[in-house]
Unconditional design. Structure first.
Length: 322
């Protein structure tokens, strides 16, 4: 049984998850994700610029990486929740209604990585330089995005009588069968927010303290984030496919830790020195040589027009020279 003190000290869930602006419905979940994207872009721009990259080249990369990250996130969710969309009585067109919910961060990482690689090829930025610059901002974006789950009252954990238990409205489509009204749940969104925020501070410190380049800071991000995700996934009670006794996202997180460790040590062995430039060889920015549209003096003769006397003298001398 839950004590009165536990309920009094528990974390309430927001009473609304969206609001209207004319005919549009604005979801707080979407606002949390968009805020995270903006914050990550600003942080990455600052870090890339300090390395010598052209200001806001990150926008050019994001134009490819963000859409592919969203597509990857949706595909990963659909594949790992197959029964939600396929089978007798299911509406297969629901896989395209992303606004109804259903995206997965591991799919976003895969799609975003492909998009970032293409964007770096386009702009000339080294992929691993961009990944290292992105790592702290990406982790902060994930922390901000988790507040969207709080507004949606979703992806919470097992029942608990701890003082920081999360209140969930009853009835709720995701309410576990058999649990009485007033049950509190582990606020897994908050656990991940705290873990990710600590991770941002750790990455900023480690990157500066040990000069982690060539993708090693991003590798550290993978290990930090995925290690925490293994724990939170084992607390969550939302539906998920299970393979060999583990949820799909647990397997994905384990794989992420392994990939992070491999990247860290392989890159350390391949590139023991400092990155010579944030740009790929031969793609360096040439800011001083760039011609601006305002510099019309480079193309237009702005000297004073010749006087009539000068024209006459020139014509006379031309005739004499014949």
């Amino acid at each position: 049984m839950l004590s009165t003190a536990s309920v009094a000290a528990s974390i309430p869930s927001p009473s609304i998850s969206s609001f209207q602006i004319g005919p549009l419905t604005i979801h707080f979940y979407a606002l949390c994700i968009l805020t995270g994207i903006v914050v990550a872009a600003i942080m990455t721009n600052r870090r890339l610029t300090k390395r010598g990259a052209e200001p806001w080249v990150v926008i050019d990369i994001c134009l490819i990486a963000v859409p592919l990250a969203i597509i990857g996130a949706r595909i990963f969710h659909v594949v790992t929740h197959w029964d939600f969309y396929f089978g007798e009585g299911k509406d297969i067109t629901a896989i395209f209604r992303i606004w109804e919910g259903g995206i997965a961060i591991f799919g976003a990482l895969i799609g975003g990585a492909i998009g970032a690689w293409l964007g770096c090829k386009w702009t000339g930025i080294r992929f691993w330089t961009f990944a290292d610059a992105l790592a702290p901002g990406l982790l902060l974006a994930q922390a901000l995005g988790r507040f969207g789950n709080w507004f949606n009252q979703e992806l919470y954990g097992l029942p608990t009588d701890l003082p920081w238990g999360l209140q969930i409205d009853y009835p709720n489509p995701a309410w576990p069968a058999g649990l009485p009204e007033g049950t509190l749940f582990h606020p897994t969104f908050l656990y991940e927010v705290i873990w990710n925020t600590l991770g941002v501070l750790f990455l900023l410190w480690a990157g500066k303290r040990f000069t982690l380049q060539w993708g090693r800071l991003f590798a550290l991000y993978l290990v930090w984030y995925c290690a925490g995700r293994i724990v939170w996934e084992n607390i969550r009670i939302d539906p998920s496919e299970v393979f060999f006794g583990l949820r799909t996202n647990v397997w994905a997180a384990i794989f992420g830790v392994v990939i992070g460790i491999v990247i860290f040590f392989v890159q350390k062995r391949r590139h023991p020195g400092i990155e010579p430039s944030p740009y790929q060889p031969g793609r360096e920015a040439t800011r001083s040589g760039n011609v601006q549209s305002q510099n019309t003096d480079d193309f237009v003769d702005v000297s004073a027009p010749p006087t009539s006397e000068t024209v006459a003298d020139t014509a006379t001398s031309a005739v004499a020279s014949k």
